[in-house]
Design a binder for this molecule. Sequence first.
Ligand code: SF4
Length: 661
Amino acid sequence: MIAAIEAAWGQGQRVAIEAPTGTGKTYAYLIAALARQERFVVSTATRALQDQLVDRDIPALLAHQGLQRKVAVLKGRENYVCLHGLEQARSKLQGQHAGALAQVERWAQSTQGGDLSELDDISHLPSLVPHITASHDECLGQRCNHFERCFSNQARSRAAQADILVINHHLFFSELRHRQMLGVGHGFVPLAQTMVMDEAHQLQAIGLKVLAKGLNVGDMRDYLQTVERETSLHARGFAPWQALQQKVQQAMAQWMEAEQQALGPADAPADAAARATSRQALIHLHNALSALVAALQGVAGSAAVVAQLAGQGDVMLQALRQWAQGAGKDLVRWWDSPGVVRAGQAGDLQAYGRYAWRQGFRESPLWLWQALQALSPQVQASSWLGQGVQRWLFTSATLGDDEALTWFAQGLGLRSDSSANSEAGDAPLLASLRLRSHFDWAQQARLVVPQGMPGTDAPAAERAQALAQWLLPHLKTLGGRCMVLCTSTAAMEALAQALRLGLQGQAIRVLQQGEQPKRRLLQAMRTAPSGKTGRVLVGTLGLWEGVDLPGEALQLLVIDKLPFPPRHDVLHAARVQALRAAGRDAFERYVLPQTAMQLRQGVGRLIRSASDQGVVVIADERLHSRSYGAALLAALPPLPSLDDEALPAFLQSLAEKEIRP
Ligand code: SF4
């Protein structure tokens, strides 16, 4: 891997390397980047990997090589406690927040970095977080009394001086967006001539999300809270602030409800009446927000922060007007809604808490490279499409289903060294390398495709019931040690319920994604082997990657269905339509590679060390009965098949062995 990186960089090429778990890719790219003797930036998809790099991997390598380098981590501003917000919250929040606030205040006095991830219980305090953090728009900048001590500012100045800077993809794309809006001189993330994008398979999704235009209901909620805070300090009594804010809030809830109905799923467009209702609700929201913004403009002279709020309100009004005009050419728009908020419940903000606030509308091109091409040439230069950065490395355990990593290259607007990608024209060339796993999958794992399950078009409850009945004896044999990856929230809920019923009276506990933070669920799985109670973890997409459960913590991995992209996903539907319109085979070119990557991510959860052993169950007979099944199987590591009948004995042998990770 080091040789491939050096060869590509030596020839001025960008390089993508697929390196499965356990190949040591982190050390390989760190060694290659350190050899340049220049500062470099590593970007990851998750904050967990950011922390792992700065707390473990980089210090270990520097110590081993006897090197001294300044290492810094930078996260988004919202990850650090805002001392101004904390001060305001003290005078404003009482009652239910008092205990939590006191806890945060005690921590804020002793913390070095002010990173909220240090607060173990913060996930239970979501209602407090908006008050004690500041987005870029909310930050007072140099007008803030805490500017010198500000944790976010301190993290930024450490980042500017670092030889090795660790950021995340969200921050990288936010930086591009920021430069686009304010000019290239206004960047806040010091990029470098060597950029390493780890967990690069996530770039497409994260990049499109950050670069998409739109308005999030949570942004409006944060805005209203800031208006409330600042008007009570600087303009109390000058306007009926509370009534104005309540009208916006009510109009927003009505609009959310109406818009969800109007957009509907991609395969069932809404009728004209629903669209008319949503338009009326949008006009109502626009009018309510206009009234609030006009009142703020009337007292803009009272404080700079009030004038700033009036300006922000104007930007939101523009976004609402843009939404009313309809989607532009080659753009797709959708209502961004977390799975737990379903149609008919969207307006009930209190019941759905922070999840409901994440909703909003988005408008985006179909592919990340289109979003990058829409940036100005000066900003684009800092992306891999431009010439402003000399060296790019993209790496992940899963980047494609062919040697040239064509799927990955195309999505990023790069040209892999392959004839299949010849239409990429004069796009920058991407060198590629696929490393084989050094785990012996053929020896360590088996594949079972259960026979006689209801078809994949059967209702989720019926399939869940059948799969649970099939699984129960195997769970009892193994004493848990199982994770079930579902393709939908409905399937996860039905399966978890069926397993709980079936395991009553057994020393096996069923854990379900969403009931606790992911970190705690995984911790419970890891500690299970030494305890008396086994565990089964049931989840959806959040568990298909970033789950590391070596040894006895996980020996039975179950996938409920082949993970084809959901048909009702608007972006997916638009991509399929666009490929068909261009005369291409959307299934071959897009759906199948996407599904193969997702399946490989899921299956990869099972074997995490050379001593791991286990069984992958894919409860979808299409793997054998359909022509595309062979292509999906070929994308997986070599997995000898096991019959339903041979499974109990195999699991029994696993249950009797002691496996150390
Ligand atoms: S500078 Fe901004 S983020 Fe820092 S404490 Fe002040 S308002 Fe908060």
